[in-house]
Design a protein around this ligand. Structure first.
Ligand code: FRU
Length: 482
């Protein structure tokens, strides 16, 4: 049996052999994409193709650590119900033997094409990088075509994560890079056939312009058109924390600008973080049949206490965020839960809460997972506080115009927080799964994402305020689809 087949068999055996253990985990999520076993990281190859969404993912099936990555594969017709497909790519060739790293998908002549990074390391740990192509007629079985690009001389071997798109009868591709001067950068390429590529230069970072001193590596770039602008998303590494900003180990955010496809020049504004929570990295977007720009991110951050998650005992680690629809409002990217998530709703209840320096529980049908919507929030003074399942808190201080997300650390039980400035709080959309929370503030003006591990008997939502305050709420339990 060749290596590719051997690896595929090993992966299937690993899934089967650990199924019972994995499924016993009480923190297994109900409506978030997870790996069947092992570690999941970046979303890859996200595409709407021939009537289905395809979402591939970075996958280490054999342990809950990183290593020679595979491409796992989920498909869906509605962004809610996902089918785990056969393994898409295995690190079985000389050019990807230490990992089929992140990449993207595109249709070309009716076939699904994947562009990904082949990661290669020698015995002393020296890295090589190959940008590779794999092609499929049915969207399930892929034939590797090998490397299609040589590393341009300006960059170190930290050069990966090709994201490809079609524009003006051409193909373009951005790649996350590090210059020889150790600056994070985004490299641009163009092609007519997805096989022969021309290096058009750096379009962001690289020790120039607005991102001049902005870390030593940009991972997972994604450039796309949105509401009349061109948004570049990327995940920079090596940025120092600065007050409320950049508090995770690595960041993930965007700049908004204009891409001149003729001259291959991109001009852009300042960097903004996409999400203010603890766990959000390497997002990837796609445009679907309805013309929506949908984003899915990895709900974790590399090197950020990954092995301390309690799920590692059950042989799995990490998950994706819910799919989010993007738009630009007043010069900033907004994220809203994809409308399809409404399909998960059941057991509705609603009410109106008036608080006066007191705290009370919000009534909802017992269930582990829920969507909670707060509207018409009126906090003339003081602070509103929501305690979620005894383990997490959301706070808004009118006095300081600051929104805060807190959790009990899963590492040592201390309270940790993430914050951002917010002029006014109007509404909150909160998605709670068995061990994750995603909060959308003011209709997606800000989002906060995190994993958390609530106690079994503490499924209560407590609201409190330091002064008079009121709001309307709606709450639903959410169906289990995984
Ligand atoms: C981001 C990343 C990518 C790389 C992949 C490897 O999390 O480091 O740059 O392609 O993960 O799994």
């Amino acid at each position: 049996m060749d290596l590719d087949k051997q690896l595929k068999k090993r992966v299937n055996d690993e899934i089967k052999g650990n199924k019972n253990k994995v499924e016993k985990d009480p923190f297994r999520l109900h409506y978030h994409i997870m790996p069947p076993v092992g570690l999941l990281n970046d979303p890859n190859g996200f595409i709407w193709w021939k009537g289905q969404y395809h979402l591939f993912y970075q996958w280490m099936p054999f342990k809950t650590g990183h290593g020679a990555k595979f491409w796992g594969h989920y498909s869906s017709t509605d962004l809610i119900h996902w089918k785990h497909e056969e393994l898409a790519l295995a690190p079985s060739d000389w050019y990807d033997k230490n990992g089929c790293y992140s990449g993207s998908a595109i249709d070309f002549e009716g076939k699904l094409h994947l562009l990904y990074t082949g990661n290669v390391k020698d015995e002393s740990g020296n890295r090589e990088t190959y940008q590779c192509l794999a092609v499929s007629e049915n969207g399930i079985n892929f034939e590797k075509k090998g490397p299609i690009l040589n590393l341009p001389s300006q960059y170190t071997a930290h050069f990966r994560d090709p994201k490809v798109w079609e524009q003006d009868d051409k193909y373009f591709m951005v790649i996350g890079a590090q210059t020889k001067e150790l600056k994070g950068a985004v490299a641009l390429f163009s092609s007519n056939n997805l096989t022969d590529w021309t290096h058009e230069g750096m379009i962001a970072g690289g020790g120039e312009g607005k991102l001049k001193n902005f870390g030593y590596m940009f991972e997972c770039p994604d450039l796309f058109h949105l509401n009349g602008h061109d948004v570049l998303i990327f995940s920079p590494q090596g940025i120092e924390a600065c007050e409320m900003k950049y508090n995770n180990v690595y960041q993930s955010g965007y700049v908004i600008g204009k891409f001149d496809s003729k001259n291959c020049v991109y001009t852009h504004g300042d960097f903004e973080e996409l999400d203010r929570g603890f766990d959000f990295y390497a997002p990837q977007t796609t445009i679907d049949n309805d013309g929506r720009r949908i984003l899915i991110a990895w709900m974790s951050v590399p090197d950020q206490n990954e092995q301390d998650h309690p799920t590692t005992e059950y042989k799995w680690l990490h998950n994706m965020t819910i799919p989010r629809e993007l738009s630009i409002v007043e010069g900033r990217v907004r994220q809203k839960p994809a409308i399809e998530l409404k399909e998960l709703r059941q057991n509705f209840s609603e009410g109106y809460v008036k608080l006066d320096k007191e705290s009370k529980a919000i009534n909802f049908s017992e269930g582990e997972t829920l969507e909670l919507q707060l509207d018409d929030v009126d906090i003339p003074n003081g602070m509103l506080e929501l305690t979620l399942y005894g383990n997490a808190r959301l706070l808004y201080s009118n006095e300081h115009s600051v929104f805060t997300m807190e959790r009990k650390s899963y590492v040592d039980g201390t309270i940790e927080k993430r914050q951002c400035k917010l002029d006014k709080l109007h509404s909150l959309t909160i998605f709670i799964d068995t061990s994750s929370i995603e909060v959308f503030v003011n209709d997606g003006e800000e989002s906060f994402t995190m994993r958390f591990y609530p106690y079994k008997n503490d499924k209560v939502i407590q609201v409190g305020s330091t002064e008079k305050c009121q709001f309307k709420y709606q709450v639903w339990n959410l169906k289990k689809v995984f």
